[in-house]
Design a protein around this ligand. Structure first.
Ligand code: DQA
Length: 149
């Protein structure tokens, strides 16, 4: 079995995790989340690479750049979840298995967060488990990819 490579993308404002609205997003920093993802990647025997950007076009470029480099993507598009047709089209366009994650439960929050442009083009969504949403997303993606092959 060849080693799977997974790209984890973090969208806008997620660089502020740790101090950003901790009552909503918890107190784990982005670095802490990335370290946990790498650790879980080691346990699952997959390679995990992480990237954060506050810019929509950079996220689109990163999704395009994943072609033939990564077998799966875990994405928390942050506020772009609710606005970005471009990120949705990029995910649909590259055809790479993708899991959408959110720290908070977006359906328990303001109405404008209830719609995701991304969810129709991903395998599934994990929302509301804090930083553990990323770990659950990675586990779900890896088992999906392994079942598929
Ligand atoms: C978020 C939820 C979004 O509504 C928000 O804009 C974020 C973070 C989450 O992880 O809970 O930036 O994606």
């Amino acid at each position: 079995m060849s080693e799977l490579s997974i790209l984890v993308l973090h969208g806008p404002n997620l660089n502020l995790l740790g101090t950003r609205e901790p009552e909503v997003y918890g107190s784990t920093t982005l670095e802490g989340i990335n370290n946990s993802l790498k650790k879980e990647g080691n346990r699952l025997q997959v390679k995990v690479s992480c990237l954060q950007s506050n810019h929509e076009g950079n996220l689109v470029d990163a999704i395009h750049g994943a072609i033939s480099q990564y077998q799966g993507i875990v994405i928390n598009a942050g506020a772009y979840t609710h606005t970005s047709v471009a990120i949705r089209d990029a995910i649909a366009g590259v055809g790479i298995a993708t899991v959408e994650v959110h720290l908070s439960n977006i359906y328990r929050r303001e109405q404008f967060r209830h719609h995701s442009f991304i969810s129709p083009v991903v395998i599934g969504q994990i929302s509301g488990f804090g930083s553990n949403s990323y770990i659950l997303g990675l586990q779900a993606l890896v088992s999906y990819l392994r079942e598929e092959s």
